[in-house]
Design a protein. Structure first.
Length: 375
């Protein structure tokens, strides 16, 4: 039976399915948000047993994918090069999106006088999103929409930074070459989450300073998913690449989706490992390239621009918009902005990164011919 590692190695270290999976997950986020943006709270599918699950699974798979791929790069890097590598990948595109939202989109759609808008604390506070100080609203922007957030997707930025801090610590401690510690961290995370749940099954806290949120809060699934992605990569040659196992994981997730929702602590311990395995299995598999999307890695741009574009469509639509119409319009518009982000911002930066990352250098060999054909 081949392993995840042997299959990945046979493809020169780059899983061909990851690009398709990233795009699918990014558009799944847009689809999930379409209901909330068009209808407001509560999510109209929230009371249906099965449909609560995508809201949990999509971001969990995103972070498991990130943990897997980042480890492939981090294991070869010094701490300084890792930080530089991550900063060049994440910050430039995020900075451009935040600036466009605040200065262009906000100025056009705010109900406040522009002089008041640009002087407001909320306007300046919004730029903190670039460094993880999340601010979801701009003064007077989308005030008439069912949801007032400019870009709800940015709530994951602090958790992403936290994951990078975690793997930076593993690099500093030379732990990526001794993977047992990562398994211990996964087990400790799960045990702590279960202990908190057993001590207080109804625990909820909105305080950012409550340490328990790391293990059972809304973002806890992102940390454990990232950790499991790291663990799967480090043990890739010991983990079987098995269709039967993948189908069992999928069936298990469908059962949980049907009987749930379950408390976050139980999901983190029981379901996230299955999602992480499915992520790695799909990622190293030979999936057909999506037409048009093979010209670049548009997933980050789709994730960044999807929410503000959806909000803008709702704001300018003359009446209540149908969810399906919102999704289709947003999908096309977001793809255009993602293409701009990739070809104008991300790809030039990626060329700078190739010296710091084996994975980037290998992927560039496949991406540059396609990118060159779109100039």
């Amino acid at each position: 039976m081949p392993s995840i590692g042997s299959v990945l190695e046979s493809k020169k270290g780059v899983g061909p399915g990851f690009d398709t999976l990233r795009i699918a997950l990014a558009f799944s986020v847009i689809g999930w948000h379409s209901f909330h943006i068009a209808e407001g709270e509560p999510h109209p599918l929230g009371d249906l047993h099965f449909f609560w699950f995508p809201g949990y699974a999509v971001l969990s798979m995103f972070f498991a994918l990130s943990g897997f791929l980042i480890t492939a790069s981090a294991i070869r890097l010094s701490l300084g090069n890792f930080i530089l590598n991550r900063g060049l990948r994440i910050v430039p595109a995020l900075l451009v999106e935040v600036v466009l939202s605040a200065i262009v989109l906000g100025a056009i759609l705010t109900t406040l006088p522009l002089s008041e808008y640009f002087r407001s604390d909320g306007f300046w506070r919004y730029f903190g999103n670039v460094v993880g100080f999340v601010s979801l609203t701009l003064p007077g922007v989308f005030a008439s929409n069912p949801d007032h957030s400019v870009n709800l997707s940015l709530w994951t930025i602090p958790f992403e930074i936290g994951c990078y801090v975690l793997i930076a610590g593993l690099i500093l401690g030379k732990c990526l070459h001794g993977p047992r510690l990562v398994l211990i961290l996964c087990a400790a995370f799960g045990a702590t989450a279960i202990a908190i749940y057993l001590a207080d099954p109804g625990f909820t806290s909105t305080s950012k300073l409550d340490w328990r949120n790391i293990f059972v809060g809304s973002g806890s699934r992102l940390f454990i998913s990232f950790l499991l992605g790291i663990a799967i990569y480090l043990y890739r040659f010991e983990i079987e690449y098995s269709r039967r196992t993948a189908c069992a994981c999928l069936l298990f997730c469908l059962v949980v989706a049907t009987v749930g929702p379950l408390p976050g602590a139980l999901l983190n311990v029981l379901v996230t490992p299955a999602l992480a395995y499915l992520t790695a299995y799909i990622g190293v598999s030979d999936l057909p390239k999506l037409p048009f999307f093979h010209r670049g890695d548009y997933s980050y741009g789709v994730y960044l621009y999807g929410y503000p574009i959806q909000q803008t469509i709702v704001a300018v639509w003359p009446s209540h918009i149908n969810v399906a119409v919102l999704f289709v319009l947003a999908a096309f518009a977001t793809t255009a902005f993602a293409m701009f982000s990739w070809h104008v911002i991300e790809l030039p930066i990626l060329r700078l990164r190739r010296r710091f990352s084996f994975v980037v250098g290998t992927r560039m060999q496949a991406l540059e011919p396609a990118a060159g054909g779109t100039k």
